[in-house]
Design a protein around this ligand. Structure first.
Ligand code: 3PG
Length: 212
């Protein structure tokens, strides 16, 4: 198993971040580290994503920084050049997944039905994102999908928060949970990194309680 993916499992929660201004990347990373979660999926939804990843990777080399919302192989290259250690995509695009697999870049592609899961398996990936987790049916639906795919682990993202993350984490097929609840855009914009640290520490505590 890949070391980076193992680390994601160990941490249990992957903060999903949208950064509009790369100058916020360093205080954000610091808040996550101080809160006990040295990890961030920086989404390629803003023009600042690559610069933000680079700032985090350069300043906090031990932090597990990855790129999210990666839709093309060009974005994979850009993310990895900036220092991304893993790639997350909302769907399972075989071209992007195979590209990462061939280059040994950890990728968790998004799935939300059995065909997506099989497509990911066909590309050689058995740890998949499950997106959008809550709107698609939540834990009950994941349990139903997981039954036939005995070796597949899921990383649900979308609608997960401090109130429902416990249930997800308690299921042994959940590799880790992704979510933005501790790194909401309004907190980043307001520069409220103390609150981010506090919500992060709370999330870490939940992982400890559930997984021991
Ligand atoms: C994602 O970017 O994968 C999700 O949109 C994050 O979902 P959340 O904001 O509901 O946590």
């Amino acid at each position: 198993m890949n070391e980076v993916l193992n680390k994601l499992h160990e941490l249990g929660i992957v903060p999903v971040v949208v950064i509009d201004d790369a100058k916020d990347a360093i205080p954000l990373a610091k808040a996550l580290i101080e809160g006990g979660l040295p990890c961030a999926e920086v989404t390629f939804r803003t023009a600042a994503a690559a610069d933000a990843i680079k700032a985090i990777a350069d300043n906090f080399p031990d932090m597990l920084v990855g790129a999210g919302t990666v839709l093309t192989t060009e974005q994979v290259d850009k993310a990895v050049a900036a220092g991304a250690k893993f790639i997350v995509s909302p769907g399972t695009n075989p071209k992007v997944v195979k590209y990462c697999v061939e280059k040994n870049i950890p990728i968790t592609p998004g799935t939300c039905n059995p065909s997506d899961v099989e497509q990911a398996l066909e590309c050689g990936v058995n740890i998949v994102k499950f997106f959008p987790a809550e709107p698609a049916g939540g834990l009950k639906y994941i349990k139903a999908i997981a039954a036939p795919y005995v070796d597949v682990k899921f990383m649900p993202t979308g609608g997960i928060n401090a109130n429902n993350v416990r249930d997800y984490l308690a299921y042994n097929k959940i590799w880790a949970c992704g979510g933005s609840w501790m790194v909401k855009g309004d907190l980043i914009k307001a520069g409220d990194f103390e609150k981010i640290k506090e919500l992060t520490a709370e999330a870490v505590q939940i992982v400890k309680e559930v997984r021991g």
